[in-house]
Design a binder for this molecule. Structure first.
Ligand code: SAH
Length: 257
């Protein structure tokens, strides 16, 4: 979800949940990119324990489960997303290996050194990249992996309009070398980074929202909050189209040492 910094009251919260529940992904990404990132991770077995933090309705978790052995716990703050997550797991007959639970990424229910892999697509910004890498590290076994996607600048400088948008939305956005340094300092070997291709935004994130937006506006005609939510989403798409050479999402994969 995109309005990283927007404070929301209860009513907005339900509307936002409903809106994002109607699309398969709640952030940029694609099955191809999830599989590519998995290519850097080895040593997973039927006994491996994996966590997908900020899993949403589980678009990427289902792809993970179909390509790695082991047990996956998906965690998200929003109960509506977790209900859909568990429904999706059941539909794919993956319910014995995947479980969605409601919880917060700043209070994870894992034991120290329990996990072989921590996954988090488009979600670590909620706790902050640096804080997430540092705090989640204790849950990983030595030699375990973390793989997260994070908004990043592609250039050292950028136009004021897009800079201001991100300074308001997520001031922790930074260049790829800075993020890699943060990963190293947090106690991981930076194993790989790669930029998510444009279709992760256009085809997999924004395009499905076009239909969702029309349906949503129809249902909530005259509702200011709903109209504002959709206007924000549309503004974000415009900014992406205008400034996509300056920023995007990057996969950061690290190994705990
Ligand atoms: N990984 C999914 C969802 C990304 S959107 C995808 O790529 O499609 C970010 C997700 O983080 C949302 O589902 C939101 O509900 C969740 N989230 C926000 N704050 C959280 C917190 N404190 N703990 C756990 N999940 C959180």
């Amino acid at each position: 979800m995109s309005n990283e910094n927007k404070s929301i009251h209860e009513f907005d919260f339900h509307l936002i949940c409903e809106y994002f529940s109607s699309v398969e992904r709640q952030g940029p990404g694609s099955p191809e990119v999830t599989i590519k990132a998995l290519g850097f991770i080895d040593h997973l077995t039927n006994e491996s324990r994996i966590a997908d933090i900020g899993c949403g309705t589980g678009g990427q978790t289902m792809v993970l489960a179909q390509h790695v052995p082991g047990y996956i716990t998906g965690i998200d703050l929003f109960p509506t997303f977790i209900d859909l997550f568990n429904l999706n797991a059941g539909k794919l007959n993956l319910q014995d290996r995947i479980k969605g639970i409601v919880g917060s990424m700043d209070h994870l229910p894992f034991q120290h050194e329990e996990l072989d892999l921590i996954w988090s697509e488009g979600a670590i910004y909620n706790i902050g990249f640096e804080r997430g890498l540092n705090e989640w590290r204790k849950f990983l076994k030595i030699g375990g992996y973390i793989a997260v996607t994070e908004a990043s600048w592609f250039t050292e400088e950028r136009p004021a309009e897009i800079n201001e948008f991100w300074m308001d939305a997520y001031p922790e956005i930074d260049t790829i070398p800075s993020k890699v340094t943060q990963m190293q300092k947090a106690g991981y070997i930076p194993v790989a980074t790669f930029v998510l291709p444009e279709n992760c935004w256009t085809e997999h994130f924004y395009a499905p929202q076009v239909f969702a937006q029309e349906a949503f506006l129809k249902k909530y005609a005259g509702n200011n909050t709903a109209e504002e939510l959709i206007a924000n989403q549309r503004h974000e798409v415009e900014l992406y189209n205008k400034y996509k050479e300056y920023y995007g999402y990057v996969f950061y994969i690290g190994k705990k040492i």
